[in-house]
Ligand binder design. Structure first.
Ligand SMILES: [Zn+2]
Length: 342
């Protein structure tokens, strides 16, 4: 299944649970067309999974969808955030301003990221620049790449959680029970929500139907985010699941098949990386510049800054995963890290 050309404002998944598609339109930050938000009925208010990002258009789309069910923002008693990227989390603060009784729940590791990404962002940018330089990014371009995520700030009204999640909890709306499954990788505190009675998985960006989620090594990631991600795929692919409802694109059924395709993709990528390293020690910047990327025919030098940064941090995640598996050695030399095959 591919992303529909037209977004679907609201669709009933099963009685009492709805998918709301909210448009994303900002080429500086994302090539995705929409984010999926989910509305789950409760006995005392509704639960909203991922409200989308903060823009007047998104808020309008969400309110229009709610209105079609005779609901208002104040009918949302609980917001659960799968992860704190702007396209999933940004509007939560606005909803809380307009509906002060609404409670927001997020994994504790994402709560830490809210502060560093959206409040102390200058410190984050400095650390990001230092990390990029240590992985071979030329100093003339580092500031452009380090600042590439700054436009994201426009799309977030910062709000800190009312309740932190740890993974393993059951969130009950009175009508539905959602199990919190901690699935680090795309973000360190990413969670999926599992509704066992109807065998539904709300997968956030952990598993998408056609896109392989970006797994990046950066100043706020774990030491081996790709290893975390593969471990977290294993946590969900044995569950009895009839429908997967992702954070982007369309809902799908065959979770195990999709997980296998993603694992195959990562294996192929690692082989490609190993092949580029045969000529001797390399920085991750050099490795990334030699890999194949799906960038609509643009050459490496012409990648948009955000896409180039993601390509580099994704490459570091792969290389570090290989290193954790004992296939690569890392050396600090001349002010940066160089990697070579063992
Ligand atoms: Zn996303």
């Amino acid at each position: 299944m591919t992303t529909p050309a037209k977004i679907q404002p609201i669709k009933e998944i099963i009685p009492g649970i709805y998918q709301i598609q909210l448009e994303l339109a900002d080429e500086r930050l994302t090539r995705l067309l929409h984010v999926n938000s989910y509305l789950v009925q409760g006995t005392d208010g509704w639960l909203l999974i991922d409200p989308g990002w903060n823009s007047p258009a998104t808020q309008q789309m969400l309110e229009t969808a709610l209105k079609s069910l005779s609901l208002k923002l104040t009918d949302i008693s609980t917001i659960v955030i799968t992860h704190c990227h702007p396209d999933h989390f940004g509007l939560a603060g606005r909803i809380k301003q307009l509906s002060p009784k609404t409670r927001m729940l997020i994994h504790r590791w994402e709560a830490d990221l809210i502060e560093s990404r959206y409040i102390r962002f200058n410190e984050f940018k400095e650390k990001m620049n230092a990390l990029l330089i240590s992985h071979g990014v030329p100093s003339v371009t580092v500031d452009t790449l380090g600042s590439a995520s700054m436009p994201a700030l426009e799309f977030v009204i910062v709000s800190l959680p009312d309740q932190m999640l740890y993974g393993g909890e059951m969130i009950s709306t009175g009508k539905f029970d959602l199990e919190v499954i901690w699935t680090p990788g795309h973000s360190p505190g990413h969670i999926c929500l599992y509704e066992a009675r109807n065998q539904l998985l709300f997968s956030g960006d952990h598993v998408l139907p056609t896109i392989s989620p970006n797994i990046s090594y950066h100043v706020l990631s774990g030491d081996n985010p790709l290893g975390d991600y593969i471990y977290a795929l294993d946590k969900i692919d044995h569950l009895p699941i009839k429908q997967v409802h992702p954070g982007h694109e369309s809902s799908f059924n065959d979770l195990q098949g999709r997980v296998q395709v993603i694992l195959d993709h990562h294996n192929l990528r690692e082989k490609e990386i190993v092949a580029t390293m045969s000529s001797g020690p390399s920085s991750c910047y050099e490795i990334a510049s030699k890999l194949t990327w799906n960038m609509h025919g643009l050459t490496w030098d012409h990648f948009p800054p955000m896409q180039k940064r993601l390509a580099i941090t994704e490459t570091i995640a792969h290389v570090e995963h290989l290193r954790w598996n004992g296939k690569i050695r890392k050396t600090y030399v001349d002010g940066g890290f160089r990697y070579n095959l063992v």
